[in-house]
Design a binder for this molecule. Structure first.
Ligand code: HEC
Ligand code: HEC
Length: 412
């Protein structure tokens, strides 16, 4: 109880300070008319309000000490990311679920992995022509997050972060990109199928890569001659590639860097609501718009989820706050893809009520309360979130992959 009280107090103090400064501003600007010497400053009062907030741009990407980057390493990682040789049945590459044309997500609620065919909303289950020993494969139980800016996971202030401990997944169960990228190849539904046992997945893949002369040569040129094709070097190359997929020049970023015209007045009003009345910034803060903490929002279960109900972290239906950068590109939303649009989400938060019968009032995040936003304010919030989009990230597609398999797997 004490902790909840302190948290609530902090928030309301923060909020009152914000309101106080708002009214001070109105006071100051009304004085402008009557005062003897009006300040020559004719700036937008919205900008003055926003300048009181501690807005932060993204820093440079940090690399773990044991995995410095290089252009050659990034390009090797890109090939591995696109090569279905990483899939047990040779039909799945990382890119099926993290495609540059889909904001490095997959555009559907729950991913379709092994033995699917097609890409995005065109992708269908069990249509890849495989006859799997252990029967058909269901959906992957959680929504595929984007890998754009996953390099910054864990960053809650521009002071920096430890890239070798970056939290990964909706429940942060993996550490760092290096730790994450050995997971999907072992998952039956995501990449493995019935080709080998889960515990043999990475060793089997290393054997496969070692048998492809072009990979041996590429690994040796990046990591040095002699036994270069190892599981560890696979993790280094894929992670270096992922750390190169960065998007940090949205209209919001341009605004933070000093171009006050980069946001229009709807976006500025949305920003002010985001950090004030709508309370979004209590969880979505810092340069990544995430506290990297877990909260229960009571999102309804996805009826097609083979693992429903998904009880999340500590069986409390909590999931990690996702980044809001590039959210316009990465719908459908939430850990199970149950929200179609950003507007749906703002309306859901505005209602402030659980939509999941397993998530009772006392389990729900304390910030989930009716917000009293008007229709216009909802639209302004949506406009602000759209201003966090920067489509100028690397979308490069390799012309071919060293295995000679179809680039990206069974996605045509
Ligand atoms: C069949 C779809 C699928 C494939 C293939 C796939 N992923 Fe994912 N990816 C997901 C899903 C779903 C999650 C979230 C899982 C969870 O949170 O439990 C995820 C999460 C991630 C994350 C964490 C992002 C974050 O912000 O927490 C990274 C990084 C990632 N994948 C990279 C990869 C790499 C690298 C590969 C290839 C080795 C790969 N993925 C293959 C579906 C896929
Ligand atoms: C109590 C913390 C909290 C507050 C307050 C909060 N969010 Fe979130 N937000 C989350 C969490 C946690 C998720 C993921 C929930 C899940 O998947 O079950 C999320 C998901 C989202 C998503 C989906 C992103 C994606 O890629 O799936 C959007 C958009 C979003 N929030 C916007 C907002 C807006 C706008 C507000 C203010 C009106 C807000 N949030 C307030 C914690 C919060």
């Amino acid at each position: 109880m004490k902790i909840v009280y302190t948290k609530g107090l902090k928030r309301s103090v923060k909020f009152s300070l914000f309101l106080l400064s708002f009214f001070t501003l109105i006071f100051v600007s009304s004085c402008e008319k009557d005062c003897e010497e009006p300040p020559v400053d004719n700036s937008d009062p919205l900008d003055e309000m926003i300048s009181l907030l501690d807005l932060q741009a993204l820093p440079e990407v940090s690399h773990p000490a044991n995995n410095p980057t290089s252009p050659e390493k990034v390009e090797l990682g890109r090939l591995l990311f696109w090569d279905p040789i990483i899939g047990g049945e040779k039909d799945m590459a990382c890119v099926v679920c993290h495609h540059p044309g889909l904001g490095y997500g997959d555009g559907i609620d729950l991913p379709i992995g092994v033995n699917g065919s097609g890409l995005g909303i065109e992708r269908t289950e069990n249509t890849g022509g495989l006859d799997l020993v252990n029967g058909p494969i269901g959906r992957v139980p959680r929504n595929a997050p984007t890998i754009i800016n996953a390099a910054f996971n864990g960053l809650t202030s521009s002071n920096g972060y430890d890239p070798s401990a970056s939290p990964m997944f909706w429940d942060s169960r993996a550490d760092a990109l290096e730790g994450q990228c050995v997971g999907p190849p072992g998952s039956r539904s995501e990449m493995r199928g019935d080709a080998y046992a889960e515990e043999d997945a990475m060793d089997s893949i290393a054997l496969r890569l070692n048998a492809i002369p072009e990979y041996v040569q590429l690994f040796e040129s990046v990591f040095g001659a002699g036994n270069a094709v190892t599981v560890e070097n696979y993790t280094f190359a894929i992670s270096a590639f992922e750390r190169s997929i960065v998007s940090d020049n949205s209209p919001f970023d341009q605004y933070v860097e000093g171009d006050l015209s980069a946001l229009n007045s709807d976006e500025k009003n949305g920003l002010i609501l985001f950090y004030g009345k709508a309370r979004c910034s209590n969880c979505h803060y810092g340069p990544m718009f995430s506290d990297y903490d877990f909260h229960a929002l009571g999102i309804p279960e996805n009826p097609i989820n083979p693992n429903a109900p998904d009880m999340g972290v500590d069986d409390e239906y909590k999931f990690r706050t996702p980044t809001l950068r590039n959210a316009t590109l990465t719908g459908p939303y939430m850990h199970n893809g149950m929200m179609e649009s950003i507007k749906d989400i703002v309306e859901y938060m505005n209602a402030g009520v659980s939509a999941n019968e397993n998530v009772t009032e006392d389990m729900l995040a304390t910030d989930m309360e009716p917000l009293g936003l008007t229709e216009n304010e909802i639209d302004q919030l949506v406009a602000f979130i759209e201003s966090l989009t920067d489509e100028n990230f690397d979308t490069g597609v390799p012309e071919s992959v060293p295995s000679g398999l179809p680039v990206g797997g069974n996605i045509d």
